[in-house]
Design a protein around this ligand. Structure first.
Ligand SMILES: O=C(O)CCC(=O)C(=O)O
Ligand SMILES: [Fe+2]
Length: 790
């Protein structure tokens, strides 16, 4: 790669022809380069920037925990790969250059997403264009000059907050008047392109004197907003090293807490949608600083108490360097301590202003403080490092901080329906990742996601409601409710129902319910094998047809007859050179031809084609399609202005029939929209509440097809321990009334012949014409959920 051969900033590996980003840029790697000549030598002499960063990381700037290896940890790399794979092939911009980052080029070209292609050689091969996949993975590398040292982060942010040009996220990035925007060093093709995924893992920012990531994060945020503008799909932005002050600050400031979709280790993944206020990046506003007085460096064990004007409502903070805790003091002057494990070197940072700002960041990450408009400095406190004793009355000359929370949503339990891909494939729920980790729902998700069968043919789990509640290890599925096993036991004349589970006959339906979850109904085996096969075929053949939209629409425009193309081995090829503007107009129409079309392999003339993807690959990349009223994932509502068909008659009839047990008496369900979810082997759907329909007394009718999965039904907050249950092909779940307010998700699907439990489908799908579908469903699950919107 360029770094090792000493040539920082050599052009891309996609061949000699310069191609527009719109056409072909699957990856642009932006190499960080020097702040100084010395640094340039250092970098060019290194085989990886991570190594360079390690060498340069002499000071405790940022955080001492990354001194070991500045590269991506395996779990971080996995999240990043899944983000790219979910959108691949896409326009991918990476700030930073390392073999791991370069390997994203291969993932973007459809290679190595599953096998963890972090191998430097394969990355180099794909970047150089030497491999067969090079046409698809053509990458360009640009040299970028980062002027600002990480140590300047705080003054730069302060200036940016005062500057209207920096607060404005709209308009052409190229014309940005903000000093943080990297407009003079980035080429126009980068500034003008529409990006799908942006990754910030450079420049190093590892020491106060090294180039910092302020400009990279700001520019990535601006590019993301511009790329998602006009109703286009939200843009994925990943920032690495968020345990460090600068990355954290700037990510919160410009990528916004509300956009945080997943977090893993030191990697945050945001989904940035278009729209939003024209004069601010984040709709919740930035962290606000009311007064800012540096903490005294001489005394690391000092803190400050903040009070609102009348003294009876105070929120204080106290920082103890040894204990590394933030202590919040509430209105009753009770203290609450928060571990700052995510920022262990909190007080070692000698930049006092940044320290102060970091306090805010930590508050943001952990707490939702009340607004303190009139805060003034009250007491200060000292804490004995060991015992935590408090000593009031010393040095009151400290910072007064507050975070403006008035415009923010309540802290955790506001139902948030995140777009399925790629947030659903990430590892952490939205908002403060650390806090989310602590919820019972999250723990259960993790438990089942990590589940590995000890003995493949082990005994079937017995059921017990209230699952996830400790006891068993990762291999324990004994708490998963198995309604089919309960049916079988009952048919055999035995088996009382476990406590908390009821079995009812409602309107001729034999169904199960949970006594403490009114409105939730489980109808095991509701569909015959023939019906299941019919709906699997429809899900792949008819449901993704335009004007229905799918996750592929934003990238390729409407795709007609995808299944037929896949069955006949066709390839989707980008033709002509339309500009993006035209294409998006065509997309919203949903019927006009677009710039992609299916061709036979033999029709493709090598060298003429810029982007191509096999139809079979595209079917595997399907993550959702929307029927009836179209759901807009970025705005999280139904966009009635989008062209749509009504729900197909047969599906509508089925939904009406199956909804009966959950409907208010005398009313008929009106199927107006449906979401079809397609799950591959390692996909999951994170906990969420579906809250975009007007009337929650009407059920969601949710049909399971294909591989077995675990479904979690939680309570109205993530803190309630969810109940886990198996969903199999042909099962139907209804959620109405109170159950509509409950968090639910799918942490795990089971593939493979012994676990998927779809053998009954095989004879029905064994005709030649169904072989593609059979192959697909053996590793996939499909869920069709039908909703009444109004
Ligand atoms: O896949 C499932 O069973 C659940 C899907 C779901 O909850 C949703 O799409 O909102
Ligand atoms: Fe849902």
């Amino acid at each position: 790669m360029q770094m090792s051969s000493g040539g920082v900033g050599v052009g891309g590996g996609g061949g000699s022809k310069v191609m527009s980003p719109k056409q072909v840029l699957t990856v642009v790697l932006v190499v960080f380069c020097a702040l100084s000549f010395v640094k340039l030598l250092l970098l060019t002499g290194s085989s990886s920037p991570a190594a360079a960063a390690r060498r340069g990381r002499a000071s405790a700037w940022g955080n001492g925990t990354d001194v070991g290896d500045g590269g991506l940890a395996p779990k971080e790399a996995a999240l990043l790969r899944s983000v790219v794979a979910a959108r691949a092939p896409c326009r991918l911009l990476v700030f930073g250059l390392s073999p791991q980052l370069a390997a994203l080029a291969a993932v973007n070209a459809g290679e190595g997403a599953d096998n963890g292609a972090e191998d430097a050689d394969s990355a180099r091969r794909s970047l150089r264009g030497g491999s067969a996949a090079s046409a698809a993975s053509a990458a360009k590398i640009h040299q970028v000059r980062y002027r600002d040292a990480a140590g300047e982060a705080w003054p730069l942010l302060r200036r940016a907050r005062d500057s209207p040009a920096c607060r404005r996220p709209t308009g052409a990035v190229r014309r940005s008047g903000c000093h943080l925007a990297l407009i003079t060093t980035l080429p126009r093709e980068v500034l003008d392109a529409r990006w799908d995924v942006l990754v910030v893992d450079g420049p190093s920012g590892a020491a106060a004197g090294e180039p910092g990531r302020m400009g990279a994060i700001y520019t990535a945020a601006a590019l993301a907003r511009a790329s998602a503008a006009g109703g286009r799909e939200a843009v994925d932005v990943a920032v690495h090293d968020v345990h460090r002050t600068v990355e954290r600050w700037y990510a919160w400031e410009y990528l916004c807490e509300d956009n945080l979709a997943a977090a893993k280790g030191r990697l945050w993944h945001f989904r940035v949608a278009g729209g939003g206020p024209p004069d601010a990046f984040c709709s919740t506003g930035p962290a606000q600083i009311f007064t800012q007085i540096p903490l005294p460096s001489a005394s690391p064990e000092t803190g400050a108490v903040l009070e609102d004007g009348d003294g009876d409502r105070a929120v204080g903070l106290f920082i103890a360097s040894g204990a590394k805790r933030l202590i919040l003091i509430n209105e009753k002057r009770q203290t609450r301590q928060l571990d700052l494990v995510s920022a262990p070197n909190f007080l070692e940072d000698k930049n006092l202003e940044s320290l102060s700002a970091q306090i805010i960041i930590n508050l943001l990450a952990t707490e939702n403080l009340e607004s303190l408009e009139n805060c003034h400095i009250g007491d200060s406190w000292l804490e004995d490092q060991k015992g935590g004793r408090k000593f009031p009355g010393q040095n009151p000359d400290h910072a007064c901080w507050a975070h403006r929370s008035a415009t923010r949503p309540p802290p955790t339990d506001r139902p948030v329906r995140k777009p399925l891909p790629p947030a659903m494939y990430g590892d952490t729920e939205p908002a403060a990742a650390a806090a989310a980790e602590r919820t019972a729902f999250r723990r259960a998700e993790k438990q089942y996601k990590l589940y590995k069968p000890l003995k493949p043919k082990g005994g079937r789990a017995r059921s017990k409601p209230g699952g996830g509640g400790g006891g068993g290890g990762l291999e324990d599925l004994s708490a998963v409710v198995d309604f089919h096993a309960l049916l079988a036991a009952a048919a055999g004349g035995g088996g009382e129902l476990p406590a908390g589970i009821g079995r009812r006959d409602v309107a001729g339906f034999d169904l199960f319910c949970f006594l403490d979850r009114p409105g939730f109904y489980f109808i095991p085996g509701a569909l015959s094998i023939e019906e299941q096969c019919y709906w699997i075929r429809e899900s792949l053949k008819t449901f993704p047809q335009p004007p229905n939209r799918t996750n592929l629409t934003a990238l390729y425009g409407p795709i007609f007859d995808l299944l037929t193309a896949a069955k006949s081995g066709k390839i989707l090829v980008e033709v002509g050179n339309p500009n993006d503007q035209e294409r998006s107009e065509q997309n919203s129409d949903g019927r006009k031809s677009n710039s992609f079309k299916f061709l036979e392999d033999t029709e493709i003339h090598k060298g003429e084609v810029c982007r191509s993807t096999a139809a079979t690959t595209l079917v595997r990349k399907l993550r959702w399609s929307t029927l009836g009223l179209q759901f807009d994932w970025s705005k999280r509502n139904y966009d009635v202005s989008l062209p749509h068909n009504k729900i197909p008659d047969l599906l509508s009839a089925l939904a009406k029939k199956m909804a009966i047990p959950a409907m208010p008496s005398g009313e008929e369900f009106k199927p107006e929209a449906a979401i079809v979810n397609y799950y591959g082997p390692s996909d999951m759907l994170g906990g969420h509440v579906d809250d975009m329909e007007a009337d929650w007394s009407k059920p969601i009718v949710s049909i399971s097809l294909g591989c077995k999965c675990i479904f979690l039904l939680g309570g109205k907050t993530r803190d309630e321990v969810p109940t886990a249950m198996f969903l199999r092909s042909g099962d139907i779940v209804l959620m109405a009334g109170e159950a509509r307010e409950c968090f639910h998700g799918v942490p795990r699907i089971f593939t493979g012949s012994d676990q998927a439990e779809i053998s009954a489908l095989v004879p029905q799908l064994s005709a030649e014409d169904d072989s593609f579908i059979l192959n697909y469903i053996q590793n996939s699950r499909i869920n069709i959920n039908i909703r009444q919107v109004y």
